[in-house]
Write a protein of this length. Structure first.
Length: 95
């Protein structure tokens, strides 16, 4: 499905938080971190909800606000919302 035909918008999101439960899939360790992802979602509220779900899945407790912007995709839309390029970056590595 072409992006222009999709009922979804593409967003890039990031938020500061703390890894409270290490995750083997992402290789995370406890401590302050940034969670980021690219998502196809029906709107900005749904995109934020997706980031919260990702935080819960990967053991990150979010703190503060979620930064969200519409962005150009690097993967095509599908027939359902989805996230990709999920990253948890330790805060000291992001400086």
């Amino acid at each position: 499905m072409a992006a222009s035909e999709a009922p979804f918008h593409h967003y890039t999101l990031s938020a500061r938080g703390r890894v409270v439960e290490p995750d083997a899939e992402l290789g995370t360790a406890p401590g302050p971190a940034f969670l980021s992802a690219k998502v196809w979602a029906p709107g900005h509220e749904a995109a934020g909800d997706m980031l919260i779900a990702l935080a819960n899945r990967f053991g990150v407790k979010l703190a503060g606000t979620v930064d969200l912007c519409e962005s150009e995709p690097s993967r095509p839309a599908e027939d359902r919302p989805y996230a990709y390029d999920v990253q948890v970056t330790p805060e000291d590595a992001a400086a």
